[in-house]
Ligand binder design. Sequence first.
Ligand code: GLN
Length: 533
Amino acid sequence: MSQNTKYIFVTGGVTSSLGKGIISASLAKLLQARGYTVTIQKLDPYINVDPGTLNPYEHGECYVTDDGAETDLDLGHYERFLNVKTSQANNVTTGRIYQSVIEKERRGEFLGKTVQVIPHITDEIKNRVKILGKTKQYQFVITEIGGTVGDIESLPYIEAVRQLKWELGHDCTVIHLTLLPYLSTSGELKTKPTQHSVKLLLEYGVQPDILVCRAEHAINSDIRRKIALFCNVEVDAVIEALDASTIYEVPVFMEKEKLDVIVLKKLGMAAEGTPQLQKWKEFLDKFHNPKKEVNIGLIGKYVELKDSYKSIAEAFIHAGAVNDCKVKLHWIHSESLTEENVKEKLKDLKGILVAPGFGNRGIEGKIEAIKFARENKVPFFGICLGMQCAVIEFARNVLGLKDAHSREMNPATSNPVIDLLEAQKNISHMGGTMRLGAYPCRLEENTLAYSIYGKKETTERHRHRYEFNNEYLTKFKDAGMKLSGINPEAGLVEVVELNNHPFYIGVQFHPEYKSTVEKPHPLFVAFVKAAIS
Ligand code: GLN
């Protein structure tokens, strides 16, 4: 067996949103379950340097890695499936590619040459792909090309794939994900869009080796043969990808279709035995056969687009399975909550989660929801802005500081219980200026947080600018709010909780980013458990 790193590219055709990220993660899972080391990378064709400045409505959740990269939400799927951490190197955008090429040009590194898309941009793309292989940590690097073949933006990426395929030979294979639309009037799956999409790839010089075809109905052998014939692929390289009831089913579908086997074959590797997916299937079994159901409310302001809270929704799936429970999430718009209707709207919930977010819109509704949870002893979990709102609510309604607020929402408040750190006050730049990535958190003994984590220190990922204002520390403590998690270096408050409440916890960090199928996050597990009882 060759020792070279193997590179697998995943491109998409026909339409967007076919699930390249899930197919990539599922293939990675199968290879990992065969004992290989695998990483996945996403190349995004937009000009933003990272998705950190994108509105969640545009692009879903911004996922944050340990090293503080603000990345595409697909990286969350990679981590949830593989239980392996990703980093800045796993998500590259056109903006970042151009930024580094332009910086090199300014430093005179191109020695007076004209800087062009080919070879300079494509070289930069190729380096970003190969950098993961060079670490020697991974036997497989799966690179997902964002967008759809034929988009103007993705042309340099497809060109880089063409060059790499030529350079790497047997160490490289290309998977093209397409759609077979179903015409109900004639009861047929249609192959023409797939043929055209492959033809387009061929125009750019890339012959895909494997076609993964999304379809609402099973693909019979005639259609497989037809696709193989028109697209120059082997019949067993036409893979059926039926709609799944959960994304976590897809690795099992792909195992049945032998996607891993054909990939290994294309890369000149032996495909003996089968992937060891017992644990994964045990999780699926629990997911499909819950013994109970619990209603939990997610209070946020981007609830129309569920992708905005992707990692939270997934963390509930992991935590639900551990508890043999189906978590029924109720997405509630914080703007719709008022003092008058909060009881009516939240009365049937067994747990209330207040979501992360930015800006003033919907903030009072979040605070109302927290007041309701605190006073009625409904299990409460606040994440990032949700924790900050819990602090504001407590300040207003328990400490009696009526105008208490976060300086983000009301710069003129006389009680900024949530405020910017001195050092951050002069920052005018938007991108990458938050507290980002993993920071340690010391957990105080005899607290809910300590009992949940079962240890004195943990690390969690952050993405925020504002912090608990330590000038109010004693006031909060004296009134019964426990500050149970502290950043040991900066003394910043990371976790707040309340005595005489069955479950009330707010965290400044984002535990949802670290929940995986194999390791559901203990805070979500404990919250679901509290909601059940
Ligand atoms: N807007 C808040 C801050 O910047 C919270 C951010 C978040 O919830 N991720 O501090």
